[in-house]
Design a protein around this ligand. Structure first.
Ligand code: PLP
Length: 496
């Protein structure tokens, strides 16, 4: 399948889209059309395991890849996850489910895609005839960084450079990144927030001097952020798989719709749900759940995206984002795939910090999306109440999505037409944010992450993931801190 650029500049193959990561004009690659998955096909996929279902979906986008090899790569990628199913659907109550996406090597949903991306990129280089070594540049609000470091460590022909906001991640996230292993990885902290990191990374991509220097040194720059379609595609698969699990466990019959509540930051996860719907998956509503950084809530309610507002640091740091990159892909669809209008809006966003979509577009948006945001107290209360009621510890990101889901269910409880199963997408293990989760569960503050881990374990009896145990005594290898305007220099260090 071919991929087009949301700002109209380029048409590329799937392999090229993955290897390049972002179009030269700053636009994002999207499939030229949404491949359809028919009811018969869904029916056939019921009996498949997760890697088989994922291979079926991915091959629709990456049809120049080899199907057998893709399946083998998916099996290998998910073999490092704990348990037999990388994305189990847990029934909590009548009509309420949690999709657990945190069983990978770094305990956050980013692993679902970043375990697969190295294969998509390496094979993509072969298919596109690219001989250069890849330099994977990543801006992270905490979880993408570690997942990229883990996914790419020791892989041939690729180096990884991760930038994260020095004070914008949890202690555990910092420890996870600082102790990363492998000779081909590097981690740099930035004095700024995630938006500073992401904006500087995007600037580096457009910096021709850096590009030329890298090229002369045999490097090609690419991205492991969710602006890369290779990140999005594997995320589409778990919406299919969760739906199929609802059907195979007789919670719904094939064709009935299910809703999803998604803790949202860069709009990557929820966009994958929208793509699944466009491919024919019976998705009802997608709830876009935000924390105090509620720019998306306002956008979905009013049609105006306005980043001129204070930035808050919250206990769900992976959602502390004001400029949600992947929204560009949705805006592109809403505009009727009008690339020049999309480019205009994105330029308005970087020039004046805002844009507004047309009334008909907003109406279309609201057919699928609903939005809500929570304050810190709501999140704490939700995590506490949920544990008290169901004995299930939510992490602080999933707590936001659960709170929004519960409010939505309450509001629509009298409306028969709105009665659909609700799947809350769980994006991280509670052990990844032990201090905040412990605070929510007990009101106690502990300074030490591992004290938090131990107490959560004693309280909940939930198994501590092996990767969390494993990094406790590893040496911290990476300690560099730079201001945002020095990030390009870190990239230039790869030049000979
Ligand atoms: C990245 C992340 C999110 C936000 O996902 P987006 O795809 O950026 O919207 C939510 N929760 C956790 C734990 C994350 O790591």
């Amino acid at each position: 399948m071919k991929f087009i650029d949301t700002r109209g500049g380029e048409t590329v193959t799937g392999a090229e889209a993955v290897v390049k990561g972002i179009a030269s004009d700053g636009g994002l690659f999207v499939p030229e059309r949404f491949p359809a998955v028919s009811r018969e096909e869904l029916n056939e996929m019921l009996a498949m395991d997760y890697p088989e279902r994922a291979a079926r979906i991915l091959m629709k986008f990456f049809d120049e890849y080899d199907g057998e090899e893709m399946l083998a790569a998916l099996k290998a990628a998910y073999s490092s996850f704990e348990g037999d199913d990388p994305a189990p659907l847990v029934r909590i109550d009548d009509g309420l489910f949690i999709l657990e996406l945190f069983h990978g090597p770094t305990c956050a949903f980013k692993d679902m895609a970043l375990a697969v991306l190295p294969y998509l990129m390496r094979k993509g280089c072969d298919l596109a005839g690219i001989k250069e070594r890849l330099l994977v540049l990543t801006a992270t609000s905490g979880d993408t960084g570690k997942a990229a470091l883990e996914g790419f460590k020791g892989k041939e022909g690729v180096d990884v450079l991760v930038f994260y906001p020095e004070d914008g991640v949890s202690k555990m996230q910092k420890l996870q990144m600082g102790t990363a292993e492998g000779d081909n990885v590097n981690v740099v902290a930035v004095r700024g927030n995630f938006d500073d990191c992401q904006t500087s990374v995007k600037k580096i991509f457009r910096d021709e001097t850096v590009q030329t220097l890298l090229k002369q040194s045999g490097y090609l720059l690419t991205s492991a952020n969710s602006i890369n379609f290779g990140r999005l595609a594997p995320q589409i698969c778990y919406y299919f798989s969760a739906y199929l699990d609802l059907v195979s466990s007789s919670q719904i019959s094939l064709g009935e719709e299910a809703d999803f509540s998604v803790p949202t930051g860069n709009f990557g996860n929820i966009l994958a749900g929208y793509y699944a719907k466009r491919m024919g998956l019976p998705v009802g509503r997608l709830l876009c759940a935000s924390n105090k950084n509620n720019v998306l809530t306002d956008f979905i309610k009013t049609g105006t995206y306005d980043v001129k507002r204070p930035f808050f640091r919250t206990m769900s740091p992976s959602m502390d984002i004001l400029v949600s990159s992947n929204l560009e892909r949705l805006i592109f669809e809403l505009s009727g795939r009008d690339a020049s209008l999309t480019a205009e809006r994105m330029h308005a966003l970087s020039a004046s910090g805002k844009y507004t979509i047309r009334a008909e577009e907003l109406k279309e948006l609201k057919k699928t999306f609903a939005a809500g945001c929570t304050g810190e107290d709501d999140t704490v209360e939700c995590v506490y109440e949920f544990f008290t009621e169901y004995g299930y510890p939510l992490d602080t990101h999933t707590g936001v999505a659960m709170n929004i889901a519960q409010r939505y269910l309450k509001k629509t409880s009298d409306d028969q037409a709105e009665r659909r199963p609700m799947v809350v997408v769980s994006t991280a293990s509670p052990y990844k944010f032990p201090q905040d989760v412990l605070y929510a569960l007990t009101g106690n503050d502990v300074k030490d992450s591992y004290k938090g881990v131990k107490r959560i374990h004693l309280l909940t009896a939930m198994k501590v993931p092996e990767p969390i145990k494993a990094i406790r005594y590893l040496p911290v290898r990476f300690k560099t801190v730079v201001p945002p305007d020095k990030m390009a220099d870190e990239v230039k260090k790869y030049c000979k």
